[in-house]
Design a protein around this ligand. Sequence first.
Ligand code: ATP
Ligand code: HMH
Length: 267
Amino acid sequence: MNQVPAALTIAGTDPSGGAGVQADLKTFQELKTYGMSVITSVVAQNTTGVQDAEHMSVPMIKQQLGSVISDIPFQAFKTGMLANIEIMDAVAEKISGLDIPYIMDPVMVTTSGHTLIAEDSRAYLRKNLLPMTALVTPNILETEVITGETIKTPEDMQQAAKQIVHQFGAGAALVKGGHMADEAVDFLYDGEKLHTFSTERIDTTNTHGTGCTYSAAIAAYVSHGYKLPDAVRKAKDFITAAIRHSFSVGQGSGPTNQWAHRIERVK
Ligand SMILES: Nc1ncnc2c1ncn2[C@@H]1O[C@H](COP(=O)(O)OP(=O)(O)OP(=O)(O)O)[C@@H](O)[C@H]1O
Ligand SMILES: Cc1ncc(CO)c(N)n1
């Protein structure tokens, strides 16, 4: 018998290995979670930015989801890049009715400033996908798009986390402050309480794929049975170590190190 929890990522690719499906699978593996992936878009990108993207057809995305869902049970899943309304709709159709925690990384724009989803799909994401989530993990910019409010202070972030749950129906919201000055502080609102996760800001430009790795780590911990505040706390330690020991590879913003938790003995 060799039974481990399983998790699924539904996302786009990164051939340079730092973000997207590749980051998710590395993270699942490090956290002793059997990793599976449904590819929504093939993206030509690297540490310097996005060069091109081709989206999978809707039938092919549904087929991949069918292949996984009909065969292997999993205990958590996440979505990353869902490029347009058609893709969001296909995913929504296939995951509706699944009684499995859904963690959404509402990927919109990359660290390097490239838009990964069509403008007109933002409203669809908010209306149709957010209410299906157990947790959504927007950065500041994504939080502004979802709420329509400008986010400048930690109080704005906390307010937005509550709004995303109460007004837009997400199960919980983790508003990430990786792009704020000073500390790297994130706020989780789980419908009842606000939780703060704060670490020192690491002085590095190697932050390619931080959001992907963080949400994948949360999904992995959830698949192991951790409840949200604990899963996020552990994932925060995991991503902080991964940024601290990030790789200075490539000409641009380097990727995070998913095995750093072993170096730092993150438990
Ligand atoms: N320089 C840093 N030092 C420490 N923690 C950081 C740093 N940059 C980001 N983080 C943390 O990493 C996690 C990911 O947050 P971030 O806001 O960067 O996500 P993101 O913008 O979605 O990522 P991506 O670059 O993949 O789009 C958060 O916990 C954030 O606080
Ligand atoms: C495929 C993909 N998803 C998400 C991000 C955001 O970091 C990225 N760069 N590429």
